[in-house]
Design a protein around this ligand. Sequence first.
Ligand code: SF4
Ligand code: SF4
Length: 382
Amino acid sequence: MMDMDIDTSELEDHSYQCLDDCGLCCLCQPELDDDELEIFKEAGLENRLTNYHVQGQRTDEPTAIKLQGGRGACNFLRGMRCQIHDIRPRPCRHFPVQIHLLRRVQLNANLACPGIEKGGDVLSAFGKDIISNIPQDELKDVFERTLARVRDFDERTLDFSVYQDPGALKELGVQLIDDMKDQDWISRLLAWSNEEPYDIDVKSPDLLSSILTHDTEPDIQVIASEGNYDDMDLDDLSQIPVFVDNDLEWTALRAVKGNLEVMKMEENGSLETLHTIPFDDVKLLPWSKDAHSGFKDYAHLLNNRDPFMGYVYQVCADQDYQFDLATVYFGSMATTMLDLWWRASLVGHLKGAKKLDNVLAREGIRSYDMTCLCMPTIGEFI
Ligand code: SF4
Ligand code: SF4
């Protein structure tokens, strides 16, 4: 058995208190471990389970809780109260903390949760308590399996000459983000990665300046609109993005025939259209100084997140190891930040704002982070 490095740094300096009438985390379909499945069977609750997991996979027997109406909240939520609080599955007990395994165990804070506040040590203490309650042998088993997949990934990237040391990538990421002077930073990063440079030396001092002074060719407005349209153009309504706004309403987003439908979602899955706007009307709004600072902090968070690295690994594998890992890493960072900017701009558009302030930036982050922590990864969430 190997030692596990457990990183809880993302939870530090944050507090958390679950808010009445929020219920956002009950829109995520909880999946059950074997021991939890037995408890549900003994409690006669099997008919409330399904073998269809909204993440796309199916299992031989029902192992996930059904959503109301196939797309609303978890089957056990009534009036924003959990009916099975004492036996709720692990992801519900852990939220807003998520545990991800890659080369180490990392605890992340899902910033979609409006109960998280900056300051204090409540979230960090909560995370440590979660880890201490997970049987260490089980954790080590999953960790060893994950590590084997990561080693296989490393070997393949070396075979294809696209390998980059993850620590060096993150180090370059810190320097790049520290130098994020304005919103053109996203365009420069995207333009550089779109050129698909090869044989990159991420430790070369010239690389940083060549990225930061790169031209800003890509039409990021078009890229942002098209990318988000594709993400929201979904027939399966269990997959559409939903976030909780400042008034704790659940807001669902769907792209239909060139338009964006902004809908209020109820726990039974019913949808009420609040706005229908031409998709292209959502323009990327300029950043205020505060918004700039909020986005910069989020980029640093992303750069330190193992689920993001695991997502980049997955993208690299899906692209058959054809591109240098540095271009996949920084290209993914640019598109992720662009998606986030678009989401914040959408909230601003709905409120008639001409510029993003720190409140809108935070709403964008809240709307985006649930998506970010659900991205496919070579690692594993437990
Ligand atoms: S998202 Fe956060 S505040 Fe909302 S119900 Fe879940 S834990 Fe509570
Ligand atoms: S089991 Fe309870 S806490 Fe978990 S998603 Fe369902 S209603 Fe929410």
